[in-house]
Unconditional design. Sequence first.
Length: 601
Amino acid sequence: MATESFFSNASLAYLASAGAGKDGKTYSIKPTDGTGDFTFSRGSNLAATRVGADGLIEKGRENLLLQSNQFDTTWGLEATTLTSGQTGYDGSSDAWKVIPITDNSTHYVYKTTPYQTGVSTFSVYAKYSGYHAQLRVFNIGGGKAYANFDLQNGTKGTSGGTDIIDSTITSVGNGWYRITLSLNYTIAPYSSGVIPIESPTDGEIPSYAGDGTSGVLIQDFQHEVGLAATDYIETGASTAQAGLLEDEPRFDYSGGATCPSLLLEPSRTQLVSYSEYPTVFFGSDIELTTSPDGSLNAAKIIEQNTNSQHFVTFTALNVVASTTYAISFYCKKGSYSSIYVPLQSSKINANLSINFDTQSVTLAGPDSVINSEFIESVENGWYRVGFSATANSSGTMDFYACISTSLSSYQGDGTSYTEFYGFQLEQGSYPTSYIPNHSGGSVTRGADAMDEQISGLTSLDKGTFFVDFDRGLTTATARDVSTQGLYYETLNTFAGLNQGIEIGTNADGSIRAAVRTSSGFSSLYTNNTLSRFKILYKWSGTELKVFVNGSSVYSNSTKWGEITSALQYIGYNADFRKSVNQVLVFPEALSDADCIALTTL
């Protein structure tokens, strides 16, 4: 049977490479009336990521600032007036002019922000119209951050405050600039605002008498978590989101794939409290550089010109003794061919050396429970590396990200550097996709779940069920035990056992094809070496056969045992990482030749 005929004859055809879905739904290409579409859920936050078609990590984004371009609503005015309808940076008439009044006082427009501790970034578009601008955040209790900007020349002036990380000014044309202020605060913010100032070198808010006409043009204010200002998201009376949304299916292009697969993962909790920003700097300075997500939010760690240790620290929350964890992070070659990342902790004693020239990882340490080191290339010279290990005691744990090959003291040159991004610690025996965390606590990504009940899809008497999927990061490594993976059953119970056929994972990491009944499951096939699987079940009369990657692996004349109802529910409920390429269901038992052709890699 020709390849196109398989799709023509299928009752249900789900092809992840079609990349079709929305928040809460992923679409099948057959049937076309929507009855074959899968309900999809993951949770209520933006903790999930995927790799997009451009090879970059894609995140969910949210503008936390309400009425983001309606400065005459819930915004406050201090000795200023507003004029709307000004020509904006985008050619619209949506910009506003902030004009200081003629009284000798301070002048600004401000907004009370939602309570949001941790690393976040404020941004606004601004243009010179007689005055320069200051972007400032006030905190209850005295903490603050500010940055001054020369809007005539497109340069930064002074910046400071107890919480500031970085500020930027970027030209967007026609005299407009996007100005940003990134900070890390632990006290509830009071307000943030744009301040027209006479001189971009003033540190505090200056007092002066305006002329009643000169001012600053502003448009599109944004407050978002993280170190970088992303594309603007308009808000009204509530916050607004963009990018990868809460329950949106993750069509993933990892590994340089030209066609996406559907990324399905268990729930995991990110235990590194600030995954993109170090908490301690020793003998080193930081600059922000372009990360694997394409934003200016990776840490370029530069050794100081001192005779000392040179490292930064990423801190994880409490680990639990005798529990297995997966540790992973991104790094990029700088001045040295090799770098060193030790875990300086009695919780897990392990040292990781990364050689960029050979693209290899060496794992060493006194603990015998460390294993499964890996390195994989991502975009633009970045690598994701890591390993799994079992904690020997409970408590917090630090990652020491070293600029060179040692944690020992040496004379730095003031210029040599290494780049880091996305440190992750999660309970489990293998790493999952990156979970960003900027809050100072932990962040949990919900489990991916998709399911659909399709009445009359096929019958118990005859049919074919085919799944094409990739195993994940590793092959022969033990993983979390799965109760169900991809399944096709009689009636969905989702959280418990049911009657049907399933593809799951054994405790040793091997992939299994099984028949499940109310009394448990019977494994028909298992493999612990392959990285991609095309698994097909076909049944007719009293015969059941299983084909894997072009070969028949199981045949028996006793088909179902206790199963007596038609299979009509397809879903996924798993504790393993899988990337699904396609799912097909046929209302007939294909010939052996067609089964071999369909499953051949």
